[in-house]
Write a protein that binds this ligand. Structure first.
Ligand SMILES: Nc1nc2c(ncn2[C@@H]2O[C@H](COP(=O)(O)OP(=O)(O)OP(=O)(O)O)[C@@H](O)[C@H]2O)c(=O)[nH]1
Ligand SMILES: [Mg+2]
Length: 461
């Protein structure tokens, strides 16, 4: 089985674990204690549970996951919550320390932990044919940023043949509840992700809060609500390979389609439709409307400026009632759309994945259930906006050498690493800028008006 191991690091990673694994259990007919649900409508051959779970000798399913933080709170929430029987005890780890959100201090404690390395090896041993890893964390967290970086670096050889991906929370000024050293941590983390991973899906909480406010009329969405929305997005991305869809896309396919150049590996995502819970039965939207919404700010998990953007790769994940003929005409419309521009050196390619199984809803979810949903993962210049935000906040702090002493303390890090770190980060932005076609309003490339269903299949090969 082509397994995926999930790593949840730091508060944001750990808190996301509960809704994500609850959803996975619901979708795979697994009770929250790991046993298989008798009442489930899900047939054995409907699901590839073993992509995400390992089966024990007494027929229980245990997530192929590892959750760690240096703060008791987020781990205790899982240990005492409704998923307390789902995870193996070894996969829930508190690493006590006093790193104080300082990236380099956490990195050093990861390096010093033999326990951590042993546990990761044990997890790897459970896999027959590992497809990839997905790391959930915040780039700005001392713990989440550095443990993700250390894992990728230390296990580079073990992971050499698998896809290394992350779902990375970005810090933004407005919504940040954490520390003032976030810009430093973010630059250090993102530089490491660039060197040691294949692709990274960035999420900005403030964009997601805006979606909640505008689409779901939730004035102040807490992390619990945001995490449920992120979980739905992730479940869509992994749905087609988990649920035995004919049109499936796995991590390798995503990597091949979205990362045409290794310099450009930072991705963003959108979801549609956002239906309010009390309107879920009355709302009827068609596939084209949903698909177009994915390219607007309305459903975007990052904020972007109204400037025209250029795409370097697009993946679309559909779920539910999406007949092939509608899908085919929708993709043709998108190809012809004047609003969606690909860079001129990139083939216009919409990689499409489709699962006929609709999304499953959380009990009491804020987001109503749609009979069809779509999720976009894209590589585009839209990612420049949040990255530039981090760059300018780093510069503001570093100009005055604010909080530098926390990093330099005990010679943990040399000041030159700040200068080099910023240079490297700036070069990541330049890579994107240099990839923009000069004539942004270029004529759209020739589009075959009569793409056939076979063509959609072709796209997915
Ligand atoms: N979406 C989401 N974001 C979160 C959550 N908890 C914290 N954040 C955001 O993540 C960023 C801070 O990262 P954390 O995950 O708290 O940091 P950490 O990895 O625990 O590292 P430390 O700084 O050492 O505590 C801030 O921008 C928070 O707004 C969560 O449950 N969900
Ligand atoms: Mg923390």
């Amino acid at each position: 089985m082509r397994e995926i191991i999930s790593f949840h690091f730091g508060q944001s990673g750990a808190q996301l674990a509960s809704p994500l694994w609850e959803l996975y259990c619901l979708e795979h007919g697994i009770n929250l204690d790991g046993s298989v649900s008798n009442n489930s409508e899900i047939q054995e051959n409907d699901t590839n549970r073993e992509i995400l779970f390992s089966e024990t000798q007494n027929n229980r399913y245990v997530p192929l996951a590892y959750i760690a933080d240096d703060d008791d709170y987020s781990i205790d929430q899982i240990k005492n919550g409704q998923l307390k029987k789902l995870f193996s005890t070894k996969s829930l780890q508190e690493f006590k320390g006093d790193s104080g959100s300082i990236w380099i201090s956490s990195y050093k404690s990861a390096q010093a932990s033999e326990n951590f390395r042993n546990q990761i090896h044990q997890l790897l041993d459970k896999c027959d044919s590992l497809q990839g890893i997905m790391i959930y964390h915040s780039v700005s967290g001392g713990f989440g940023g550095s443990y993700a970086s250390y894992l990728l670096n230390e296990f580079e050889d073990d992971f050499s043949k698998v896809i290394k991906s992350t779902v990375s929370m970005l810090s933004s000024d407005q919504n940040s509840t954490s520390t003032i050293v976030e810009p430093y941590n973010s630059v250090f983390t993102i530089n490491q992700l660039k060197q040691y991973s294949n692709f990274n899906i960035f999420i900005d909480n403030s964009a997601l809060s805006q979606v909640c406010e505008r689409q779901l009329e939730i004035d102040w969405a807490n992390f619990g609500i945001l995490n449920k929305m992120i979980a739905q997005m992730i479940a869509s991305i992994t749905s087609t390979q988990r649920l035995n869809s004919e049109n499936f896309v796995d991590l390798q396919d995503m990597y091949q389609n979205l990362v045409l150049l290794p310099e450009l590996q930072f991705l963003h995502t959108s979801y549609a439709p956002f239906i309010q819970r009390d309107q879920q039965n009355s709302s009827s939207v068609n596939l084209l409307q949903i698909s177009q919404a994915l390219f607007n700010e309305a459903g975007s998990f990052i904020k972007f400026t109204p400037n025209p953007s250029q795409y370097f790769g697009v993946n679309l994940f559909y779920r539910g009632d999406c007949p092939y003929s509608d899908l085919q005409s929708t993709i043709n419309e998108l190809k012809n759309s004047k609003c969606i521009n690909f860079a001129d050196w990139v083939p216009i390619n919409y990689q499409v994945a489709m699962s006929s199984k609709s999304t499953v809803q959380f009990h009491n979810a804020e987001l109503g259930r749609g009979n069809k949903t779509a999720c976009l993962v894209a590589n585009s210049t839209r990612i420049l906006n949040p990255l530039k935000n981090i760059q300018s906040r780093f510069k503001n702090l570093y100009q005055k050498k604010c909080f530098l002493h926390w990093f330099l303390k005990n010679s943990q890090i040399d000041e030159s690493q700040f200068v080099n770190g910023l240079d490297f980060f700036s070069s990541l932005l330049s890579n994107y800028e240099q990839s923009i076609s000069q004539d942004i309003n270029q004529e759209k490339q020739n589009v075959d008006d009569e793409a056939s269903i076979e063509e959609i299949d072709e796209i997915n090969k």
